[in-house]
Design a protein around this ligand. Structure first.
Ligand code: NCD
Length: 300
C-alpha cells in the first residue's frame, strides 16, 4: 500500500491484511510499536473540523514512534491564498507521509498524484473516508466474528455522508446484506448503489422507516448540515430522524449500534448506556487501524 484515497483502491485481500495488521497493533506493547516508524515524519493536514480522525491519527503516528508535524490552515499561507497543490508540494518535501482532510471531493486524489510520499485520505467532502470504513469493518468483525451474511442497516444522511458511501462498498466486498434507511430526500446516490451491487452482487434495499427486526448492525450517522445548500432544511431533518430508546424497543438483544461520531441529535445520550451502543468502542478502534494504515503505507 502506498496512498489510501478511496476504499476502492483496496481489494478484499488488502483490506484483510490491514485488519489483521490492526489486530497485531492492538496487542503490541508500546515499546515495540514505538520502533516501527521511528525516525519518520508524518504531517496531519485538516482543512475541515475533526476530533476522532485527527486525534486517532496523531495517537497512531506517535504510538508507531513517528514524529508529527501539524498543519493549521488558518495560520498558514492557505490564509494568503496559496493553492492546495502548492501547499502539498511543499509539505511533501518535508515529511514522509501526509494525512489529509479537505472539503473538496477529489482533493485527496489530487494530492496523491502530486506527492511522492503516501497520502492518506482522512475525508474528502462527501466523497470518501476509507480509514473510517476500515475501522468500521474491524469493529463489526470484532463484535460479530464475521461480516458476510450480516444484516446491516445504514441510517441517516446517506446523500452527503462520505462514511456511508465508503462503508457500503466495504460491506459489499465482504458480502453483507444492506438496508439503506433515510428520508427520501437524503437517499444515497443511485450510481454508488449500482456500482456496489454490480461489483459484489449483494442485496441492497432502501426504506424511509426504521425497522430493526432481524438487524445485526445499525450504523447511524448525523445529518451533514454543512453540506446542505439550505442549513434550515438540514436542521429540520435532524429533528425527524432519531434513534432513541423508544425506537430501540423490540430491537434484537445482540444488535450493535455503531456511529462514526460526532453524534448530535440522532442518538440521544440516554442510548449511550444501552449495552448495544458500541460507538465509543468503535472510535477506540481507530487507533490500531490507523496505526496499521500508516505503517503499511510508509514503512517503505
Ligand atoms: C465523520 C466524518 O468526518 O465524515 N466523522 C469521523 O470522521 N468520525 C462523520 C461526520 O462528520 O458525521
Amino acid at each position: 500500500m502506498h496512498d489510501l484515497v478511496s476504499i476502492r483502491d483496496l481489494g478484499k485481500k488488502d483490506v484483510e491484511a490491514v485488519l489483521s495488521e490492526a489486530a497485531r497493533m492492538e496487542k503490541m506493547p508500546p515499546k515495540k510499536s514505538g520502533e516501527l516508524l521511528r525516525g519518520k515524519l508524518v504531517s496531519t493536514m485538516f482543512f475541515e473540523p475533526s476530533t476522532r480522525t485527527n486525534m486517532s491519527f496523531q495517537a497512531a503516528a506517535k504510538r508507531l514512534g513517528a514524529k508529527l508535524m501539524t498543519f493549521y490552515p488558518s495560520v498558514s499561507s492557505t490564509a494568503k491564498g496559496e493553492t492546495l497543490g502548492d501547499t502539498i508540494r511543499m509539505i511533501d518535501g518535508y515529511v514522509d507521509a501526509i494525512v489529509l482532510r479537505h472539503p473538496y471531493e477529489g482533493a485527496a486524489r489530487y494530492a496523491a498524484d502530486l506527492a511522492e510520499h503516501p497520502v492518506i485520505n482522512a475525508g474528502d467532502g462527501g466523497n470518501q473516508h476509507p480509514t473510517q470504513t476500515l475501522l468500521d469493518l474491524y469493529t463489526i468483525k470484532k463484535l460479530k466474528g464475521k461480516i458476510s451474511g450480516l444484516r446491516v442497516s445504514l441510517m441517516g444522511d446517506l446523500k452527503h455522508a462520505r462514511t456511508m458511501r465508503s462503508l457500503l462498498y466495504g460491506l459489499g466486498m465482504f458480502g453483507a446484506d444492506v438496508n439503506l434507511v433515510s428520508p427520501s430526500a437524503l437517499r444515497m446516490d443511485e450510481e454508488v448503489i449500482r456500482e456496489t451491487k454490480g461489483m459484489f452482487g449483494i442485496n441492497v434495499s432502501q426504506t424511509s422507516d426504521i425497522n430493526l427486526k432481524g438487524v445485526d448492525v445499525l450504523y447511524v450517522c448525523r445529518i451533514q448540515k454543512e453540506r446542505f445548500q439550505d442549513k434550515y432544511e438540514g436542521e429540520k431533518m435532524q429533528k425527524e430522524f432519531r434513534v432513541d430508546l423508544e425506537a430501540l424497543r423490540g430491537a434484537p438483544e445482540d444488535l450493535a449500534i455503531l456511529h462514526p461520531l460526532p453524534k448530535v441529535e440522532e442518538i440521544p445520550p440516554e442510548v449511550d448506556s444501552d449495552p448495544r451502543a458500541k460507538y465509543f468502542e468503535q472510535a477506540k478502534n481507530g487507533v490500531p487501524v490507523r496505526m496499521a494504515v500508516l505503517y503499511l503505507a510508509s514503512k517503505g
